[in-house]
Design a protein around this ligand. Structure first.
Ligand code: GLY
Ligand code: MN
Ligand code: MN
Length: 439
């Protein structure tokens, strides 16, 4: 099955699992609203990840309702067919079309949502919805509950429990199924190709945005609908600004460039960082720092296996980076002191990874009951150590302004983990070979 092809049975199975996990009650999962960018121009539309995970339905103004119980039911509320609007904005499934194509038990016009929920919630033990995610939906949910309470004298009772539906769906989303893994491998391959294209295109005098354009071109020409987040293309000391996105500086000979970019394919994110020379070769100092970050990443990836605690890859990376900072004379003291006092945080201030999936920083707890979560097959995470040496008087001159991060996407399996972004060149030799071939 192609990533963009839809198999409604997958989403149906997810709805059935959610209904079972709810142990009674009604779940209401709205999709994301359309948002104005300026005046009457919209941002490109992106559905809500929870909604899409459970429905596969991409239209705005849609709400999924799941009625749990012995015979669970899935209802979709969506826009009606409308010839005039479809002439301007394009095809709409309409309730009947959506029910047939996506396998819901029933579907209704979105305008009927409030009235139907007031009836559906009567005598139900619980209402699940994304509590606190949006003030407007909070108000509406209270409206449904009060509508049921208003019928108390005719014997209707309102749900006593209101719970966040995201907690249950987050747990499901954390472990990817075979279809999700395939889409994520494909997204990773497209992003790997985009990084290769940008590495080849870099040379002194080009601008950061020219590399950004190469990335976006490569994403789109392979069918990825969006970048999963805005690409970071940071030449020289710009790489020490973690969320640098202006991408408008010139690339200078002798400097490195850090690119953090990944596409979104059929809803799924990829997230890759590579750091490479603007010219053809790393300098001695750049190579020294690079090899430390690469070794930290290898140590962290070595800890990504079933049963490892979430924090083990991070701890492994920090150890290697901290020893590297001492060796580079960025920090004084012993390794134990540097770890204990956390002085390494001046040059490595972020975590080594995050869950990856429909959202780039994906759903799922990192700790449960006070303990770091053990990794399990099907979880996908990033491994992204870095070293950021902002120019300052007290750091060795040759190191000033060097910022390096190396980021891959990794799938936990029963054996060694699978680095799904493995096609992106990473060793000094491979990167220099690619640059040599391109020049
Ligand atoms: N690009 C976002 C991140 O690496 O977390
Ligand atoms: Mn990233
Ligand atoms: Mn990341």
């Amino acid at each position: 099955m192609k990533p963009n092809e839809l198999d409604p049975s997958l989403h149906g199975a997810r709805r059935a699992r959610l209904a079972q996990a709810m142990q009674g009650g009604i779940a209401v999962v709205p999709t994301a609203p359309e948002r104005i960018r300026n005046r009457d121009t919209h941002y490109p539309y992106r559905y809500d990840s929870h909604f899409y995970y459970l429905s596969g339905f991409a239209e705005p103004e849609s709400v999924l309702v799941i009625v749990a119980g012995a015979q669970p039911k899935s209802l979709l509320f969506c826009r009606e067919k409308n010839e005039e609007r479809e002439t301007w904005d394009g095809f709409r499934f309409g309730p009947k079309g959506a029910q047939e194509r996506f396998g819901f038990d029933a579907a209704f016009p979105i305008g009927e949502l409030d009235a139907q929920l007031a009836a559906l919630l009567s005598d139900q033990p619980a209402l699940y919805y994304p509590v606190g995610a949006d003030a407007e939906w909070d108000l509406r949910a209270m409206g449904w509950l009060n509508a049921v309470r208003a019928q108390a004298r005719s014997g209707a009772s309102a749900p006593e429990r209101v719970q966040d539906v995201r907690a249950l769906v987050d747990e499901m989303r954390l472990v990817k199924d075979a279809h999700e893994m395939e889409v994520m491998r494909r997204a990773a391959a497209i992003s790997a190709g985009a990084h290769k294209r940008a590495i080849r295109a870099a040379r002194p005098g080009r601008f950061e945005y020219e590399l950004e354009a190469e990335l976006l071109y490569e994403f789109r020409r392979h069918g990825a609908q969006f970048p999963a987040y805005w690409p970071i293309v940071a030449g020289g000391a710009n790489a020490c600004v973690l969320h640098y996105v202006s991408n408008d500086d010139v690339l200078r000979d002798g400097e490195l460039v850090l690119i953090d970019a990944g596409c979104e394919l059929a809803g799924y994110a990829s997230d890759i960082t590579r750091t490479f020379p603007v010219g053809n070769k790393f300098s001695g100092a750049q190579k020294e720092v690079y090899e430390i970050v690469l070794a930290a990443q290898a140590a962290a990836i070595g800890k990504v296996r079933t049963g490892s605690g979430w924090n083990e890859p991070h701890d492994a990376a920090v150890r290697v980076l901290a020893q590297g900072m001492i060796d580079l004379k960025l920090l004084a003291g012993t390794l134990d002191e540097v770890l204990e006092k956390e002085t390494y945080k001046r040059f490595y201030m972020h975590r080594t990874g995050h869950w990856l999936g429909l959202d780039v920083h994906d759903a799922g707890d990192y700790k449960r009951a006070g303990k770091w979560r053990p990794l399990a097959p099907g979880m996908v995470l990033t491994v992204e150590p870095g070293l950021y040496i902002r120019p300052a008087d007290d750091v060795p001159k040759a190191l000033r302004g060097i910022g390096i991060r190396i980021e891959d996407d990794v799938l936990v399996t029963n054996g060694a983990c699978e680095v799904i972004t493995h096609e992106t060149p990473k060793s000094v030799a491979d990167i220099e070979a690619l640059k040599r071939d391109a020049s």
